[in-house]
Design a protein around this ligand. Structure first.
Ligand code: NDP
Ligand code: 2IT
Length: 443
């Protein structure tokens, strides 16, 4: 068996009970196989054995008091996966499904994604199985403060810089940042996604969704297509989905459907984004309320958004939300591009099927890298004690997304897999991290 496949077998043996991490490792190692096995220096330096093992996984108790006065306990995590090219960097997720496996898959993806941005950021991820749904602002604050009471000792502007992810956005970052500052007496760029008035960057809120649309636009353009006039499905209705829809609409695309974990809405006239923002960003309500704003739209309970005919699909909710039967439906209905806004939303089988059918496929670690790229820009602004305008940040973001696309397309071509952007992203992301690890010795 080859070096790469041996390491993959070892990953499966050693991490039983971690299906999401094994899934992410399988995708990455399988696509790196030809590249790595042709270069024995990687095996000599033990690069793969090291790169699949987090530098550190921290698991801790998070007790907090709910509004009835009862003490509740959740489990907190921070996986510091790889610091070869910069301080650990990656979001924090609050969702009841959070487990060590999900933290490790997200941290592993983040290592390669952050390398693709061209900025000096290592990879990490954190979170908790805390469910923010239905909690009061005071309960959210109590939880965030307790989470930080443990996490603060492990992070720092040059050590590990968290940000948002599912269930964590401006409100939660504010509470966590405030508690960090109180515990350390240090006002520093230890978080990204901060409020504009205390060191946040313009356009960080929009960045992941905008970046997704920029990368999609570039991929389509270089393949003789465009977003203009196309019918688009965007799953989810959170931070990534909302700003993906906004930019797709600005680029002339027609988004006809969005979803949340309860169901999906279809609006043949095109999604009214102001209504979605009011429901999700202001009122934190369910997506079926869209019918109160647009009575002609249709709401369907459950999953099923991928059955709507479209040209372009953008999964922007969560991992494993686009399965093989969904891919079959997309292909049958004439979809020609799938661009991942979420992390690992498409299963391995669905990805393979889409690629076999020549669907243009932009993998999450490249397509959603606009969020962490703009986090990198926020870190730069904090270090320089300066603040760039929205347009300045947006222009830099656009430049980074075009560069990422060019790099992954070139890496795919060099590997003899032209047009396979999964292979391209994994090789391009791996190269820089592996080289840094080799130069730094056995660490
Ligand atoms: P949000 O919490 O803002 O939104 C998540 C959306 O996805 C919600 O509409 C949510 O519905 C839905 N969703 C979440 N979990 C599930 C589930 N298990 N089943 C069905 N629907 C679900 O998160 P983000 O928009 O920030 O993140 C979305 C994805 O993008 C994630 O994969 C994240 O890792 C990735 N990402 C985020 C970045 C960022 O900057 N925020 C950057 C790069 C990637 P409901 O409200 O009903 O739960
Ligand atoms: O998955 C991701 O890239 C994020 N959630 C954003 C991470 C960050 O540090 O901005």
């Amino acid at each position: 068996m080859s070096y790469t496949m041996n390491v993959l077998e070892e990953v499966k043996q050693k991490n039983q009970g971690e299906p999401e991490f094994i899934q992410a490792a399988t995708e990455i190692l399988t696509t790196l196989q030809a590249y790595v096995d042709a270069r024995p220096e990687y095996e000599e330096a033990g690069i793969l054995e090291r790169i699949v093992e987090p530098e550190r996984s921290i698991i801790f108790r998070v007790p907090w008091v709910d509004d009835s006065g009862k003490i509740r306990t959740n489990r907190g995590y921070r996986v510091q996966f790889n610091s070869a090219i910069g301080p650990y960097k990656g979001g924090i997720r609050f969702h009841p499904s959070v487990s060590l496996s999900i933290m490790k898959f997200l941290g592993f993806e983040q290592v390669f994604k952050n390398s693709l941005t061209g900025l000096a950021m290592g990879g990490g991820k954190g979170g908790s199985d805390f469910d923010p749904k239905g909690k009061s602002d005071r309960e959210i604050m109590a939880f965030c403060q307790s989470y930080m009471n443990e996490l603060y000792r492990h992070i720092g502007a040059n050590i590990d810089v968290p940000a948002g992810d599912i269930g964590v956005a401006g409100r939660e970052v504010g509470f966590m940042y405030g508690q960090y500052k109180r515990l350390t007496s240090s006002f520093e760029g230890v978080f990204t996604g901060k409020g504009i008035v205390y060191g946040g960057s313009y356009a960080r809120t929009e960045a992941t969704g905008f970046g997704l649309a920029y990368l999609a636009d570039e991929m389509l353009r270089q393949n003789g297509k465009s977003i203009e006039g196309k019918t688009v499905l965007v799953s989810g209705a959170g931070n990534v989905a909302i700003y993906a829809v906004q930019k797709v609409q600005q680029l002339g695309g027609k988004v006809v459907a969005m979803s949340d974990s309860n169901g999906f809405i279809y609006d043949s006239e095109g999604i009214d984004l102001d209504a979605i923002k009011d429901i999700k960003e202001v009122r934190r309500a369910r997506i079926y309320e869209y019918l109160n704003y647009r009575p002609n739209a249709v709401y369907t309970e459950g999953r099923g958004i991928w059955g709507i005919p479209c040209d372009i699909a953008m999964p922007c909710a969560t991992q494993n939300e686009l399965l093989e039967p969904d891919a079959e439906l997309l292909i049958k209905n004439g979809c020609f591009a799938v661009c991942e806004g979420a992390n690992m939303p498409t299963t391995l089988e669905a990805t393979e099927l889409l690629q076999k059918n020549n669907i243009l496929f932009a993998p999450g670690k490249a397509a959603n890298a606009g969020g962490v790229s703009t986090s990198g820009l926020e870190m730069s602004q904090n270090s320089m004690r300066t603040s760039w305008t929205f347009d300045e940040v947006d222009q830099k973001l656009k430049g980074i997304m075009v560069t990422i696309f060019n790099n992954i397309a070139a890496a795919a071509k060099d590997a003899g897999a032209e047009g396979n952007y999964v292979v391209g992203a994994n090789i391009a992301g791996f190269k820089k991290v592996a080289e840094a690890m080799m130069l730094q010795g056995a660490v």
